[in-house]
Design a protein around this ligand. Structure first.
Ligand code: CTP
Length: 428
């Protein structure tokens, strides 16, 4: 965990989920993080300054024009003298004000004045979340490099069901830890993106490499994926003009030029990073995600004893399947890989159905195929319409051809479901 010794500024917005932030503060403090809190006027209807102050052990800020606070610290300092700003719950109103650069209270002023990363945990009624205005604001904020955790699907305080619930404190904590690891680079400025490519104006999320699932602090379960094919796809998509977000497990490769690269270790971290990167036009799951993680990870190094240590495994979430079935934010084109050692095409077709994706890229990784870790690959593009085998080629050429094919197919895919309208919110 990257939390110990770090300083976090939490901005509590005015939503029913504000009570969960108390639990988040408690956990951060337990992890050795220094927490300062700013509350919006609306937040005070949901949690009291007294409970927040007693948990953080320091004063709560809320007034933009407080003479005492300005004399002691100054709001610019408050926004900079921190490692990360976290907005939770991030209401529709707060997101809108952030997206438009408003600075009409202490919270929005700090968010505009900061030079640090911002992580938001949205929470609102599902119609407010799905409203075109909110989705537009979310896209703007993601483009500006703001990090997102959630919202999640679930029962809402208003009696409806759908996306809009704030992520649980444990998930927000994991996202904070991830953001603090310093590997969530800001998006490439538009001025640096290449013009005229087949994917110009499209947003592409790609997973790559293996995941590492810890057994204890020094050991982990892994696989032989090198990340070469996934990274080559990211480079090819960027060369085609796309805005590319690459979510990579531990690999020995440099981050591709012109690609926003997030480095993660575990499958759970990969899923959180993918969720935070959505929405997108295309998702490509090229990572070799570990199917299982260790349920009872040891806190300290397991010592050699009388008998070998026993540990139980639990199944990891299927990231590809969850993106393909992501009701509100399913990318228009969802592409998976099937690296198989036998019955390659039969397994690939079965995966296409089981995971609900549009394309499976099948390849043979059996002993003697010389694909894992090598610079060459032989793939077959499997769609519901049929099979398109490619010859054995260098992985960068495979990537270039696959990206060209995806750019061709994209316009023929069904439009994403239209977003619902209605709903309003206030956080001032
Ligand atoms: N995948 C994923 N999340 C997982 C497992 C796999 O997103 N937890 C994705 C991979 O990135 C790849 C595709 O699913 O695009 C197929 O991965 P593979 O390991 O071949 O499939 P599994 O579901 O693990 O099936 P099996 O182990 O039976 O081959």
């Amino acid at each position: 965990m990257a939390l110990a010794g770090k300083r976090i500024l939490i901005i509590i917005g005015g939503g029913i989920a504000a009570y969960k932030v108390l639990e988040l503060i408690r956990r951060l403090r337990e992890a050795g993080t220094e927490v300062r809190v700013v509350m919006t006027a609306a937040a005070k209807h949901f949690v009291t300054e007294l409970s927040v102050a007693s948990l953080t052990g320091s004063k709560v800020f809320s007034d933009l024009f407080s003479l005492t606070d300005e004399a002691e610290m100054g709001h610019i300092q408050l926004s900079r003298n921190t490692d990360l700003l976290v907005v939770a719950p991030a209401t529709a109103d707060l997101l809108a004000r952030m997206a438009h650069g408003l600075a009409n209270d202490l919270a929005s002023t700090l968010l505009l004045a900061t030079d640090k990363k911002i992580l938001v945990a949205p929470a609102m009624n599902l119609r407010m979340w799905l409203a075109p205005a909110t989705q537009r604001n979310v896209r703007t904020l993601k483009n500006d490099g703001v990090l997102f955790v959630g919202p999640e699907d679930g029962d809402m305080a208003c009696g409806e069901y759908g996306p809009g619930r704030m992520s649980e404190p444990a998930n927000i904590l994991a996202a904070i830890d991830q953001a603090l690891k310093g590997n969530t680079a800001l998006p490439l400025p538009p001025a640096l993106r290449r013009e005229g490519g087949a994917l110009m104006g499209k947003r592409v999320i790609i997973t790559s490499g293996p995941t590492h699932e810890p057994i204890d602090p020094v050991r982990y379960i892994a696989n032989r994926s090198s990340g070469k094919q996934g990274h080559a796809l990211a480079a090819a998509a960027a060369a085609a003009g796309a805005e590319v977000i690459l979510i990579s497990g531990p690999v020995a490769l440099p981050d591709p030029d012109g690609v926003e690269t997030h480095r993660i270790e575990t499958a759970l971290e990969m899923r959180a990073a993918v969720e935070a990167a959505l929405p997108a036009d295309i998702f490509i799951g090229a990572a070799a995600v570990a199917d299982w993680r260790v349920a009872n990870t040891a806190e300290g190094k397991i010592k050699k004893g009388f008998r070998p240590p026993g540990f139980s495994l639990v199944e990891n979430p299927d990231i590809l399947a969850s993106v393909a079935r992501h009701g509100s934010m399913r990318p228009r084109l969802v592409v998976g890989f099937a690296a198989e050692t036998a019955d390659v095409l039969a397994h690939a077709r079965a995966k296409l159905e089981r995971k609900g994706c549009d394309i499976i890229v099948a390849n043979d990784v059996s002993a003697g195929s010389d694909v894992m870790g090598s610079d060459e690959n032989q793939i077959t593009i499997v769609t519901r319409a049929g099979l398109e085998p490619l010859p054995r080629l260098r992985k960068d050429e495979v990537a270039r051809r696959l990206i060209t094919r995806l750019a061709d197919l994209l316009p023929s895919m069904p439009e994403p479901a239209p977003m619902a309208k209605t709903g309003s919110g206030s956080d001032v």
